[in-house]
Design a binder for this molecule. Structure first.
Ligand code: NAD
Ligand code: DAU
Length: 355
């Protein structure tokens, strides 16, 4: 068991990173410090962490607006806080954007990960208790045939610029364990859903379009399959592996909860119709099949035996409950969606961070 105290969380203002920081402070008994390193791209929103900032800001929570591609800026942060742990979420994360403009993905996901590893290698020594945990995605394994599952031993076969950049990062992380004896672990997760997800991703985009009575764009035939994991369960997997995982190892953490996109969107329509008092079918009529995503992977499916048996992790939120909580969050936080869409939160950032 590792005692992790001065934790650099990269990408802590994004969807999963901000959920993770809440989880760490509020649900784990963690008593150390978190240094949130985030560049604040379009996807990073420090307003996600207001509660944490108010309670722990300046004592146990620190925000550093830093691009992980900037080696010198990272150097200063590692020195200033005597970082003993990196939990690395920061990434360009949206597949469609990687198709439109892959360069930012190579820059952040590959070069940024390399810089963090180099910073750790420069300072840390094998056996000194310091640890690097990297967050990855089921997309690195490629597309699964019906009935097949991805194991930690499955050969990588990334098929989009996003997944190729994440695969490169994973290989770099493992190579630092093997070559330099750096203590590292990797978790590989499936599609996350929950609060604070940027409304470019399937679920929040659909909820938002329903509320605006806009078409609900389903790519291709809608039969692509994704495995849905509640974000809180992903956070617990990351923390348990960072604390208990064996160095050099990778652990799959999925929802074991597969849905075709069309089934999921239809289900979401039903929930939204019930919650907003609309007649059955009101939102379903907005479903529109559109041109497919280029290179669209058909199915992802993780086998999670290893993390369950070796770490003792399991999912705690079932899909009905998770979807219900997620829809309620978006209905109760309309202003959050408006802010990230309109860029109003950028004003908040400028005011609060003197940027
Ligand atoms: P996100 O896009 O919501 O957030 C990414 C965060 O990283 C943002 O706060 C952004 O400002 C920050 N960032 C981007 N480039 C940066 C840079 N150069 N320097 C510093 N900060 C930078 O992403 P997310 O959905 O929260 O995903 C987090 C991690 O989890 C990613 O590594 C992603 O690959 C992985 N992952 C995501 C999912 C999912 O379903 N969302 C599933 C599996 C794995
Ligand atoms: O599998 C894990 C991955 O899940 C993460 O690594 C990525 O960071 C995360 O973005 C997510 O990738 P996907 O491409 O699966 O997520 P997205 O929400 O973009 O799309 C989910 C599915 O829905 C996918 O099959 C494409 C489809 N889709 C998506 C959008 C945005 C639509 O049919 N219509 C849409 O408008």
């Amino acid at each position: 068991m590792r005692k992790l105290q001065n934790i650099m969380v990269t990408g802590g203002c994004g969807f999963i990173g901000s959920n993770f920081i809440h989880y760490l402070f509020e649900d784990t008994g963690f008593d150390g410090r978190v240094i949130n390193v985030d560049k604040l791209t379009y996807a990073g929103n420090p307003a996600n962490l207001v509660r944490i900032e108010q309670k722990y800001g300046g004592t146990r929570y620190f925000f550093e607006r830093v691009d992980i591609v900037d080696f010198d800026a990272l150097d200063a942060v590692f020195d200033k806080y005597d970082i003993d742990t990196v939990i690395h979420f920061a990434a360009e994360s949206h597949v469609d954007r990687s198709i439109h403009g892959p360069k930012a993905f190579i820059r952040t996901n590959v070069l940024g990960t390399f810089n963090l590893l180099e910073q750790a290698r420069k300072r840390w020594r094998p056996g000194d208790g310091r640890h690097f945990h990297h967050i990855s995605t089921d997309e690195v394994y490629g597309s699964a045939e019906p009935g097949d599952y991805f194991y930690e031993t499955t050969a990588y076969s990334p098929r989009s610029p996003y997944s190729a950049s994440k695969a490169a990062a994973d290989h770099l992380v493992r190579s630092y364990a093997n070559t330099y004896g750096l203590s590292t672990t990797v978790t590989i997760a499936s599609n996350n859903y929950g609060p604070y997800q940027f409304p470019e991703k399937l679920l929040p985009l659909m909820i938002n379009n329903m509320l605006e009575e806009k078409p609900l764009p389903v790519y291709g035939d809608g039969m692509n399959v994704r495995d849905w994991l509640y974000v809180g369960d992903h956070c617990s997997a990351v923390w348990m592996v960072a604390v208990h995982g064996k160095s050099g190892q990778t652990y799959n953490a999925g929802g074991e909860n597969e849905w075709t996109n069309i089934e999921l969107v239809q289900r979401l329509c039903g929930i939204m119709e019930a919650k907003t008092g609309k007649t059955p079918g009101h939102y379903k009529r907005l479903i529109t099949f559109v041109k497919d995503r280029p290179g669209h992977d058909r199915r992802y499916a993780l086998n999670c035996d290893k993390i369950k048996k070796q770490i003792g992790w399991k999912q705690s939120v079932d899909f009905e409950e998770g979807l219900d909580k997620t829809v309620d969050w978006y209905l109760n936080n309309r202003q959050w969606v408006e802010n990230v869409k309109t860029g109003e939160y950028r004003e908040w950032i400028r005011k609060n961070y003197s940027i």
